[in-house]
Design a protein around this ligand. Sequence first.
Ligand code: RIB
Ligand code: CA
Length: 309
Amino acid sequence: MKVRPRILMDCDPGIDDAFAILCALRFTDLAAITTVSGNVSIDNTTRNARYILELAGAEVPVHRGAAAPLEVPAMAADDIHGRSGLGDMSVPEAMISEHSLRAVDAILEYCESGDAIIVATGPLTNIAQALLKDPTLAERISHLYWMGGSTSEGNVTDRAEFNAWADPHAVDVTFRSMVPLTMYGLNLTHQVRMTTEHIEQLRAAGSSTSMIMADLLAYYSTHGTVSDIGQPVHDTCAVLGVTHPELFSIEKSNIVTHVADDDRRGMTEVQDHDTTSATTVRVAGTAHASSVVDLVVTAAIDPAGDDQP
Ligand code: RIB
Ligand code: CA
């Protein structure tokens, strides 16, 4: 029986964040969720996290986080995730209320005993604020798994990925903290896509979660960069990188983060020559995509299940 790793998940739900939350419920011991402004406003990402947890029948504390990036203005991605952040559904208020402790203090409390695992699937604003508030925090984080950045193409500009572009200063603060980090960038997540076949699979399963996730995947498949090879479920890779590391190849790389507000903003550039301004992080390179997607489907159908494929 696989031991479930205990994690804190920082996210900006967001449709692929929703799939990632279900993966976290299925395959990890999800201690807490902290929310951040990113795909949509902090009000919406916080409401959406509470809704997905309630839909899955999970009682996990939700801590509201940053309403804006460290320095640049907030820019939503509602063209892809819908105005609510969960497609075109009007998201009901969950019975689960948000926790009174805000995200930064929840992260500091969660990391108190050391060896903490954090999965981040949005802009790194909360993580950076926690690191700035307590400069010793990085010593108590055993690993940060982040969906963000890219060593190849971008999706906001031709060079920058959304989570990095949305708050490049937070990326720089986090990388420079030397926290042990694995980056699941677009170079990796573009390999992991769900198609209309998976929409049909989710609908056929007929569970309360799979029916909603089928609708969200259908919306996601017709918005943003529509592709006939399916839509990348980016954020699930960071969660499954914790629980199923054998499905990913990882290499160390020297990365320079571009923070200037120019055409390179948010670029996470591999810099193996002049490493003076680079930081060394682990970068996920390849995925066993079909196995990853099968796990996502399993979690979307039955997030409370306990057989550990
Ligand atoms: O670039 C993809 C990332 O940006 C994902 O985390 C998605 O949810 C959006 O936040
Ligand atoms: Ca996200």
